[in-house]
Design a protein around this ligand. Structure first.
Ligand SMILES: [Zn+2]
Length: 149
């Protein structure tokens, strides 16, 4: 003899998956898929990553050639934020650009980074320096380069 397990509310269908999380895609590094809160006018960021001087210089050059694109800032839990950018590959401009992420705490200190390039094992690739440079020099860049195409 079978007896269905009563949940106290017979007659109501159990609704499974009501709070199903959104599908995970590669753009959700950092655990947030909110729309960007900023795409321009970024506040400067701080970091204590010990980049090689030549890596910093290469990051600056990537800005001078306008290879840092699609820079967007996303909020995480209202206090931290994530900055995501694409960096065009200088060696193969037709390939998919690298995706570089910076995670910032509430004081805009960089707490973690990621990059899809092969050099990112150390977290100190030129793409990360390029995005930091972009953020911290955005206003002067847009002034000096404005109208050049
Ligand atoms: Zn990289």
């Amino acid at each position: 003899m079978f007896e269905s397990v009563s949940l106290g509310e017979s007659g109501r269908q159990p609704t499974t998956g009501k709070r199903r999380p959104p599908p995970i895609d590669s753009a959700t590094i950092g655990g947030s898929s909110n729309p960007p809160v900023l795409e321009t006018g970024f506040k400067k960021v701080l970091h204590s990553i010990e980049f090689q001087p030549q890596t910093v210089q290469k990051g600056k050059l990537l800005n001078e050639t306008n290879d840092v694109i699609n820079v967007k800032e996303f909020g995480i839990n209202g206090t931290r934020c994530r900055i995501e950018a694409r960096v065009i590959r200088q060696t193969s401009v037709n390939s998919t650009p690298y995706t570089t992420n910076l995670i910032l705490d509430s004081s805009r200190n960089v707490t973690s980074v990621s990059c899809t390039c092969v050099y990112n094992k150390s977290g100190k690739c030129k793409h990360i320096t390029a995005v930091i440079y972009y953020i911290n020099n955005e206003q002067s860049l847009s002034k000096t380069n404005f109208g050049q195409q």
